[in-house]
Ligand binder design. Structure first.
Ligand code: ASP
Length: 349
């Protein structure tokens, strides 16, 4: 290479580095400040399997949840209030695997898990395996605020919910045809196998990943006017789960975590992998101890889960209102709202 050629290569190098830096800078300058993010579960969610009207229906519920959460924050409500209210909307919808739309256990029952965490105080509450609480997320919050405990399970949790005046329903309230059919299909194919909506291979083989199946744990993270972060997650768990199986969703640090110093996280995915990776807390720990930013930390955790063979996703928000929503599945129902009230909803990759 002649001297002139070397000089030219150097010039090109300098020019492209500068323009890259400028591009990155302007991208970060345009970065939105978010106040709330939600998910309605990750899994084999493919455009070709969802009709337009189905997609509209999902979007409508997600939008309503975002609006309700945003209004709370706008009125000066706490991030905890916003998280709880937004999750109620999704718990009331049969489209998501939480509350009304919860999946069935092997024994043909609905057993729900939920948790919530306050980033300001690091207080947390959770319920596991509950069958009669209409809004499990509110029971989790009551455990946090009205008891000296962090987690309550089964009938004890239900007695407590009754004592604090939460709405209880007959277990039949949670019965839906599509979830019931999904359980029958799974049992017919492989009686022993527990199936997650995130189990793409088995799910497709069983034909449970089609337009009739509306899986999806729900979660929300929020940042209020006071700079307080909160996170919450609510789920029916996984279809055909057995023997009182509890997933990551009610486990603080696995499915849910919030700390004003770092971030708020709500996960969805193959619970066993999230528990073993202490997923939600790991995002916070990577930020706190390693100095990762939200994007790096959340992606690192999802990558790790993927390498171990697990799938799913998460939503994460840091104290500056940045949002990260990584997932290693075909899709994840998700949505965000900015400080100015701008709503964005996405489903596929
Ligand atoms: N993580 C939940 C569980 O394992 C399932 C889900 O996210 O859909 O119970």
């Amino acid at each position: 290479m002649s001297k002139a050629q070397v000089f030219l290569v150097m010039l090109i190098g300098i020019f492209s580095t500068t323009s890259c830096q400028q591009q990155r800078k302007s991208e970060s300058m345009e970065e939105e400040q978010y106040v709330l993010a939600i998910h309605g579960g990750a899994g084999t969610i493919l455009k070709k399997n969802i009709t337009d009207s189905m997609e509209q229906a999902y979007r409508a519920v997600l939008e309503q949840a975002l609006i309700v959460g945003y209004e709370k924050l706008k009125q000066g409500g706490s991030s905890l209030d916003a998280v709880e209210q937004a999750i109620h909307i999704m718990e009331d919808s049969p489209l998501f695997n939480a509350g009304k739309g919860s999946v069935f256990t092997h024994a043909g029952k609905n057993e729900m898990d939920a948790s919530v965490m306050d980033g300001k105080t690091l207080a947390a509450g959770a319920v596991a395996g509950v069958r009669t609480i209409k809004h499990p997320i509110s029971a989790a919050r009551a455990v946090m605020e009205k008891s000296e405990h962090v987690m309550m399970a089964g009938q004890g949790a239900e007695q407590f919910a009754k004592k604090v005046g939460l709405e209880l329903v007959d277990p039949s309230y949670f019965w839906t045809q599509s979830r019931w059919d999904a359980l029958q299909k799974i049992k017919k194919e492989d009686h022993a196998k527990t199936v997650l909506d995130h189990d793409q291979k088995l799910g497709s083989r069983l034909g449970i990943v089609n337009k009739d199946h509306k899986f999806g744990t729900v979660g929300c993270v929020a940042l209020d006017n006071q700079g307080n972060l909160a996170a919450g997650t609510s789920t029916g768990g996984m279809t055909n789960k057995k023997f009182g199986r509890v997933g990551d969703s009610p486990i603080i640090g696995a499915g849910t975590y919030a700390n004003n110093a770092t971030c708020a996280v709500s996960c969805t995915g193959w619970g066993e992998f999230y528990i073993r990776n202490v997923a939600a807390y790991s995002v916070s720990a990577l930020m706190e101890y390693k100095g990762d930013n939200l994007q790096q930390a959340s992606h690192a955790v999802i990558d790790r889960i993927g390498k171990m063979g697990g799938d799913g996703g998460m939503i994460a928000m840091d104290k500056f209102g940045h949002v990260s929503m990584p997932f290693n599945t075909a899709g994840m129902y998700r949505g965000t709202v900015t400080k100015e009230g701008k709503i964005k909803i996405a489903i596929y990759k």
